[in-house]
Design a protein around this ligand. Structure first.
Ligand code: WTA
Length: 653
């Protein structure tokens, strides 16, 4: 931002500016006014069983009808018990039966520029074949299948094939290290691994299979590894264990009826970071998850059959599960799927895709938007983006300045922006504007969706008033909520339900303003958000401390212009000199232990870390130092004040 215009810019960015939906948008929208929203919200609040029961009957195929809509409350809530359905059936067969088999389900573009379109009928056939392929490897209901793949249609096919036969998929983002894969495979007792030879990233080939080979040496439960040929790089195949995707598919029939599954059957687990070092496998179920992602997709994106919808997430994260695969496909949407980097071969790649495929809805992350701002408007201006009618963001808060840029430069001032707040645990979007109804405020995720009852409390569990920050909890169960942490019932209870019994603790701080709009204020715990990806500081610390020259380490988040937050670590070393070589070695070490996304931006060597008298590392101080701020607040509990002075004067990497 230029200095000379600060006053004006401040004015533009005032947080209470309201952006009402364009009149034409509201006129064509399914929910076109706040009165419509209120009617829905009240119906869900006043009689949730009727509200969700009616939706479930209307929008889902039931092999066996359910007896009850929601039993119990809090952590024990169960949805649509007694019923049997199948997510893959609802995403594929149901669309074909409705006469939409010839509609494009996936329009895919590979990073090198190759393209494929799969209609719902074609996708159905591929999924059935792959489901039979899995069965041929003895995969059945409840077996865990670990997926480590590039963003190709086969990734979606693998997921839909698992849910078709009741196998539980665990998708691991293809940037994680061999160690991280092995940890997750072991925690889940995965039976089969799916991967590819390689993955294209910025024109280079990353050797996925080689990483998986290392992981499988430490994953004793995995009996087979299915390998998709994608990048044609040289790989080793282990006789008896490894099998090519195409060989299995050649042998498989495309007839595979969906298995009727209990509503509460586990559909998938997805590992995410919590406040301890060990990632947790968030467990989602069948019927409730299916309904939640289907309905929220309709509400938030005002989806219409002619839309070309593009969510730029990776299926390795919950956004890819819920809003590339299951939510859109449960509705019969046409989804664009892109394999590669946003700046390959040039920073205009996204806008080139939007123009060529006439994308109407774009759902991306603030970290990407900040990169676009930095790369410059010239890459955007040369493309016709007039097909766009709606924009969305997810993964972290968007700062108002970036929001306004998104609105003006990408949306040409006439696309509503849906800032969607939710979590891996919530299954789908919880708070968001409804684009035809809600007047938006830059930086606010506005209001809860029907069925969601947020409550903000202070430490004494008293509800706070308007404009006072507090811990964000959800007071009532909703169909898409997590049902557990894989293999760790105790942690599930402690982490989410014990602080405020009966209420779900989100782990985020938030405030609500005088208009009832919600503003997310960041995490309560030691989770940091790097480029929209959750990492626990303790995970990074554990990786660091496993290096022989690290005596002690503290990792904190610091503000970063593009990534939102970057990781800064403070390290006291042993038996080594504080050199740049050691810094590089430590970065490499974290890359190996967790993956590239956890590599710290700053490594600072220090003789000791600031601690309280009881021995707790004072992260608050370290956060201030990492951010280059004056250390604010109370330091009276600091054990050795000279540590602080030393840290401030120490070199920055
Ligand atoms: C943060 C991603 C502000 C938040 C879907 C949450 C957000 C965590 C937003 C979940 C948003 C996500 N505004 N913060 N619109 N969306 N967050 O599990 O801290 O990867 O708790 O799920 O991201 O991250 P997760």
């Amino acid at each position: 931002m230029s200095d000379q215009n600060t006053g004006q810019i401040d004015n533009v960015l005032q947080e209470d500016r309201l952006f009402p939906p364009p009149a034409e948008f509201s006129a064509a929208a399914k929910i076109g006014s706040m009165a419509d929203y209120q009617t829905l919200y009240d119906a869900a609040l006043n009689d949730p069983d009727k509200f969700w029961g009616d939706i479930a009957k209307e929008e889902m195929h039931w092999f066996k009808p359910f007896d009850t809509v929601c039993t119990q409350s809090g952590k024990d809530a169960q949805w649509f018990t007694g019923g049997q359905t199948n997510i893959s059936y609802n995403c594929l067969d149901a669309n074909i039966e409705a006469g939409n088999g010839d509609r494009a389900a996936i329009i895919w573009e590979g990073e090198p520029g190759d393209q494929r379109t799969l209609t719902y009928t074609q996708l159905h056939a591929e999924v059935c074949k792959f489901a039979n392929a899995l069965k041929s490897l003895d995969v059945g209901v409840g077996d865990v299948v670990s997926i480590y793949m590039p963003m190709t249609p086969e990734l979606a096919i693998a997921m839909l094939a698992c849910t078709r036969i009741g196998a539980v998929h665990s998708v691991i983002f293809a940037g994680f290290s061999a160690e991280a894969i092995a940890d997750r495979n072991n925690d889940a007792s995965a039976k089969v691994q799916i991967t590819s030879d390689g993955l294209f990233r910025r024109g280079k080939v990353l050797p996925l299979k080689a990483t998986v080979d290392t992981a499988l040496e430490k994953s004793p439960t995995v009996k087979h590894c299915i390998v998709l040929k994608r990048a044609e790089n040289e790989i080793a195949m282990t006789e008896g264990r490894d099998v090519w995707w195409h060989d299995l598919m050649d042998a498989a029939s495309d007839d595979c009826p969906a298995t009727p599954l209990d509503s509460e059957a586990t559909s998938f687990i997805l590992y995410t970071s919590g406040s301890t070092g060990k990632p947790k496998g968030i467990r989602h179920t069948t019927a409730g998850y299916n309904i939640w992602v289907k309905k929220t997709f309709q509400w938030v994106f005002d989806w219409k059959p002619e839309d070309v919808y593009w969510c730029t997430a990776d299926c390795g994260w919950i956004t890819g599960h819920s809003y590339i695969v299951y939510g859109p496909m449960a509705n019969g949407a046409t989804c664009l799927m892109y394999e590669g980097a946003p700046n390959h071969p040039a920073p205009n790649r996204f806008w080139d895709i939007v123009e060529r495929h006439k994308v109407t809805i774009l759902y991306t992350a603030p970290t990407a938007i900040r990169a676009f701002v930095q790369w410059g408007d010239e890459h955007i201006k040369k493309h016709d983006l007039s097909s766009l009618r709606l924009l969305g963001t997810v993964g972290e808060g968007i700062n108002p300045e970036t929001w306004v840029w998104y609105h003006e430069t990408i949306g040409n001032k006439n696309c509503p922006i849906v800032d969607t707040w939710w979590q891996t645990e919530t299954g789908g979007i919880m708070m968001s504007p409804l684009p035809g109804a809600t007047a938006t405020k830059p930086g606010s995720c506005t209001q809860p969706l029907p069925g969601i009852v947020p409550v903000i409390v202070d430490e004494s569990l008293t509800e706070v008033g308007a404009n006072q920050g507090g811990m964000l909890c959800i007071a009532k169960p909703w169909p898409g909520m997590l049902r557990g942490i894989w293999g760790d019932e105790k942690r599930f209870e402690e982490q989410y339900w014990s602080m405020f019994p009966g209420n779900y603790l989100t782990g985020d701080n938030a405030r609500v303003d005088d208009d009832g709009y919600y503003w997310i204020m960041g995490r309560i715990d030691d989770v940091i958000n790097v480029s929209g990806h959750r990492l626990s500081t303790i995970e990074v610390e554990s990786a660091m401390v496993s290096h022989p020259n690290v005596a002690e380490c503290a990792a904190v988040g610091r503000p970063h212009e593009i990534k939102g937050q970057a990781i800064a670590v403070f390290i006291s070393i042993k038996d080594a000199e504080p050199t740049d070589e050691l810094r590089d070695e430590l970065k490499l070490h974290v890359r190996k232990e967790i993956g590239a996304l956890a590599v710290p931006d700053d490594i600072r060597f220090t003789q000791s870390l600031p601690k309280t008298r009881s021995g707790k590392i004072m992260r608050r101080l370290l956060r201030d130092i990492a951010a280059g701020r004056e250390t604010a607040g109370d330091v009276s509990t600091l054990e050795d004040l000279s540590v602080l002075a030393k840290l401030k004067s120490d070199d920055k990497s």
